[in-house]
Design a protein around this ligand. Structure first.
Ligand SMILES: C[S@@+](CC[C@H](N)C(=O)[O-])C[C@H]1O[C@@H](n2cnc3c(N)ncnc32)[C@H](O)[C@@H]1O
Length: 293
């Protein structure tokens, strides 16, 4: 498993960008002239020199003593980073049923996972959930949506549609806590089913089968997945085979958005009528593990 290669690259990009950003802000203070040439300034007076020396000495003194709280914060961050990676690996390597039991017994771990997840996502240049939210905003607000593996329920918080938010733990009364292979939603009741980076369990096909059950004929199935999970060059699944399996279930691929560096977004539509195909072969989706930063 190694999609973190992508994640790590994005993080490195983020770090570089931050360094470059720091440089820009320093230059901004030094050189207010638009010509790019620093304006000449008069030599400092002896009084100003003394004051500068005093300032430097006091800031040096401050710099020598690290604040104990910052050290503790760093240690806490390292521990919670490790905890996040452990939970992430757990979610990618067990069934949805086991994940549901695990998080039901330890609901606090859900926060640990999502704090780490948000940190990882902050390094992505574009968040797939935002692309999906914008897509929904461009379509009918009367559509009913099911957000499978909703996380912090960003979709329901940002659109006017009626949204069924589903996840392993419910910290908000609007979120349905269940294993998304078996939701309480009625058959043929939703217009859009979303999986935004949530096909994590080893039994992921059963999640898509559940979406098929709850979707109305003609309904939309949106799947955003980490790019490296669907990149045969890095040990990922063949995206053609992935789409073929979903087609056999009774969907047509309308479009595929592959322009983002970190994820691919598939837009399928459920056929009005389709033959039931038994024993569909699903490609293995490798887990997306994050490297330690
Ligand atoms: C990587 S997070 C993405 C969250 C959200 N979709 C987003 O894009 O911000 C995946 C989410 O899927 C949830 N999930 C994974 N397997 C699940 C299952 N079997 N049933 C319900 N939720 C599941 C996880 O708990 C997690 O909140």
């Amino acid at each position: 498993m190694e999609p973190p290669q992508d994640a790590a690259a994005a993080a490195a990009g983020g770090r570089k960008r931050r360094r470059r950003g720091g440089g820009r802000s320093r230059r901004k203070h030094q050189n207010p002239s638009s010509s790019g040439v620093a304006a000449a300034s008069p030599p400092p007076s002896p009084q100003a020199k003394r004051q500068r020396g005093a300032d430097a000495a006091s800031s040096k003194g401050r710099g020598r003593k690290p604040k104990p709280s910052s050290l503790l914060d760093k240690m806490r961050a390292r521990l919670s980073g490790g905890h996040f990676r452990m939970l992430n690996e757990k979610l990618y390597t067990c069934s949805g049923e086991d994940a549901f039991e695990y998080f039901t017994n330890e609901p606090d771990l859900f926060d640990v996972y999502h704090t780490g997840y948000q940190e990882q996502m902050s390094h992505w240049p574009e968040q797939p959930v935002n692309v999906i939210i914008n897509w929904l905003k461009g379509h009918s607000a009367s559509w009913t949506v099911a957000d499978f593996g909703c996380g912090n329920a960003a979709v329901s918080k940002n659109v006017k549609n009626k949204v069924f938010s589903i996840d392993l733990v419910s910290e908000d009364p609007s979120v349905i806590a269940c294993d998304m292979a078996h939701t309480p939603l009625d058959s043929s009741s939703v217009d859009v089913a979303i999986f935004c980076l949530s096909l994590m369990g080893t039994n992921y096909p059963s999640y898509i089968q559940e979406a098929n059950r709850v979707l109305k004929p003609g309904g939309w199935l949106l799947i955003a997945e980490v790019r490296s999970r669907l990149d045969p060059n890095t040990g990922g699944a063949d995206p053609e085979k992935f789409c073929e399996s979903i087609n056999k279930l009774g969907f047509s691929l309308v479009t595929k958005d592959a322009k983002n560096k970190m994820f691919i977004l598939f837009y399928f539509r459920k056929k009005e009528k389709s033959k039931v195909v038994k024993n569909i072969e699903w490609p293995h989706l490798k887990p997306c593990l994050y490297k330690r930063r």
